[in-house]
Design a protein around this ligand. Structure first.
Ligand code: 5CA
Length: 436
């Protein structure tokens, strides 16, 4: 991608309305554009990051045995009358009437719809267990949308729904998602801590919020330091095996949000191991038994011919919120620092002397060697402007091409996160960038 032709609009001034650093940087770096309160358009760079986040979420859901579907954003009110939630949900639900005066709504979540789909097909105990998920826009008419996509009105969520024959089965499905979430966030370079949570309007008896630590987080959290040292990627779990050895580790150590905080249990932890911090909720999982299946008449025939009402759970990840959370966790005074796995492009190629034959040639060779992985700053701009923009946009690598080194076929490679610089050959530069 050549910057001279790209739609990567940056802002010089810090937007006054943005209160937290991720919102400021998302606007300044041209990731998003607000189109109405709490509603955003995703510009090329933001959309590429969002797609990368979505892809990691998708791969880990698939690996855990969930199957992707796509349900619509617009739902009939009738389904929500069946579960009894239509009147309870209140003003957060955006209600719509179509031309035939039928009541519709923009989905804030999909328990009802997925239960309706599943009940149309599942007839026998052999049709379970199943886990269906989708990645789709949701709408919640939040009283105070704020912090950009962190708390929007329209936002992208991954929501999965499990159907099991027994409570034990449902607990296994819950653990599968629990472990898949640990891996998902770890792949993005985030430490997400599962914490027991209230179930709110989704309902149910067991629930965990996945919280990443960041100074600007909305939740106050308390945890045992040991939880920060866990490496979720050290092995790929066998999702068909018993996963309790993993989930038990998290329940053995103290971790709580303000609502669930137990000061006595907290005092029992050695002071050096107590971490109190602010956090951002990036995921939330629920076990709610037969709440929706019973209300909506979902049942299958058991081996003995008797009906079984499936046990259900739902599992959400705030996909668009994650983009903001990633920036909260990865930035400095100069701008964003994308982790390699979600970066919109791996490298920026900075031509410090546009028109110098050696510089131009080397930059073109870098660009050709990194198809769809590099942004080439070929603008007629001062070097200082190019450096500042590359730092602001946060590409993990900067390949800096100046006339002296270029004449010798060499390029200065800068790692955005550490600031480390090395002068290397074209081949080495390509190998390092590709290998990251
Ligand atoms: N049906 C369940 C699980 S699928 C559910 O809706 N859970 S939730 O309400 O907790 O939402 C799941 C995730 O979506 C949250 O953990 C959060 O990361 C994200 N989320 C919720 N509300 C917003 C919002 N207004 N803006 C951005 N992300 C949000």
């Amino acid at each position: 991608m050549r910057l001279s032709r790209a739609f990567l609009p940056t802002l010089k001034e810090t937007p006054a309305e943005a209160q937290i650093v991720s919102h400021r940087l998302m606007l300044r770096a041209g990731l998003i554009r607000q189109t109405a309160a709490g509603i955003y358009a995703w510009l090329p760079m933001g959309w590429r990051v969002l797609r990368n986040v979505m892809q990691i979420v998708r791969e880990e859901q698939d690996r855990a045995g969930a199957q992707e579907i796509l349900m619509p954003t617009i739902q009939p009110a009738e389904l929500w009358r069946q579960s009894g939630r239509y009147d309870d949900y209140g003003k957060e639900m955006l209600r719509i009437r179509d031309r035939h005066d039928r009541e519709m709504l923009y989905g804030p979540t999909n328990e009802e719809m997925v239960t309706d789909i599943f009940r149309a097909y599942a007839k026998s105990y052999r049709d379970l267990p199943r886990n269906l998920y989708h990645i789709q826009w949701k709408f919640r008419d939040e009283v105070r949308p704020r912090f950009g996509v962190m708390r929007g009105r329209e936002f992208l969520m991954k929501d999965a729904y499990s159907f099991d024959l027994t409570k034990e089965g449902a607990q296994h499905s819950y653990r599968q998602m629990f472990v898949a979430y640990l891996r998902t966030f770890a792949r993005m370079g985030l430490k997400a801590i599962p914490m027991q949570a209230d179930t709110g309007p989704i309902g149910g008896s067991m629930s965990h919020e996945f919280i990443i630590l960041a100074e600007t987080g909305e939740s106050q959290v308390y945890l045992h330091r040991a939880l920060l040292d866990y490496d979720a990627l050290r092995e790929t779990p066998d999702y068909d095996s018993d996963l309790s050895h993993i989930t038990d580790f998290w329940t053995r150590h103290y971790a709580a949000t303000e609502e669930k905080h137990d000061p006595a249990a907290w005092e029992a932890i050695p002071e050096a191991d107590r971490v109190s911090a602010r956090g951002i909720e990036v995921g939330h999982i629920f076990y709610f038994g037969t709440k929706y299946s019973a209300a909506m008449g979902l049942s299958v025939q058991g081996p003995d011919g008797r009906p079984i009402v499936p046990e259900m759970g739902s599992y959400g990840i705030g996909v668009s919120r994650l983009v903001a959370a990633l920036i909260e966790a990865n930035h400095d005074a100069a701008g964003i620092i994308w982790p390699d796995t979600v970066a919109p492009w791996k490298a920026a190629i900075l031509n410090l002397k546009q028109g110098d034959p050696a510089c131009d040639r080397l930059c073109e060779a870098l660009l050709a060697g990194l198809p769809d992985q590099a942004v080439y700053d070929d603008r007629e701009e001062r070097a200082g402007v190019k450096f500042a923009d590359a730092d602001l946009l946060g590409f993990p690598w900067q390949a800096i091409v100046g006339p002296r080194a270029a004449a010798a076929g060499r390029v200065e490679l800068k790692r955005r996160a550490s600031g480390e610089r090395h002068e290397v050959s074209l081949e080495d530069a390509l190998a390092r960038i590709r290998g990251s």
